[in-house]
Design a protein. Sequence first.
Length: 287
Amino acid sequence: MSDMRSLWRVGPDVDLGAIDPRSTPGLPGRKVTGDDPKLWARAEVERIGAELATQQEMLFAQATVEPQLGRSVLLVLQAMDCGGKDGAIKRVAGTMDPLGLQIKAFGPPTPEELQHDFLWRIRKALPPAGYVGVFNRSHYEDVLVVRVNELAPESVWRPRYKKINDFERKLAGAGTTVVKVMLHISRAEQRERLMQRLVNPDKHWKFNPADLDARAKWDDYQAAYTEALATCNTDDAPWYVLPADRKWYRDWALAHLLRATFTDLKLTYPQADYDVTAQRSRLEADG
Ligand code: ADP
């Protein structure tokens, strides 16, 4: 199959309004999926997930054997509230060995974090060589919520686009493959998911009244996302938009995206730097 990433890669004139969150680009027809594409996609995620686990093990093994050549992968996940970041992490990133994952969620900055540059807390959370890092929200909040809620003046947030591009270029140069994904849900789907949290007492803890304040600013958020996607979409750190109203499609697409990212790295298991036969003979001789 050709590289599917082009299905989701944004261009300079990205228009979120033109990307249907319920669409399923790249999904094979019923001849392949059978009558239930959802079931098929879930099975595919498991199958591809096993490949992701192998790739991640090779990443880890290479960094262990040759630390100076070790690489890492960083998946940046952004979405509106209820966009499915948690579900995507559980179902897709969760196919890999937890020991090789470094997952970090970014909430409102602490008083200490606010005393530093916005990238300070991000730098501290970067995955070491051999690891797959996942950011559940990220430095992009500093040009999203900060912009929409006017937490800082434009003179502060606007220069951040360039700072982010410089930062991500250096990251890539230092051996971190950066993949940035926006899970794109519709306003109607968000309403549905928020309502589910309110009608089910077991989900009440997940509902935050502030989510409705953010929802009221939907258009402002879409505009802020659009500018971030268009301005910070570099070859060093590309942005992808995955239609995410259908959870099974979202996971399927993310699994493909990650597999293609790993494939680029051409990972292999490291060769032994000792005489395997001699070591085997030693062990065989030992009782
Ligand atoms: P999530 O919604 O991702 O599951 P939370 O409910 O803890 O997790 O929400 C995290 C909150 O932190 C979001 O409202 C987000 O806008 C906010 N946040 C993250 N980064 C920043 C930031 N740099 N400045 C202000 N708020 C931020």
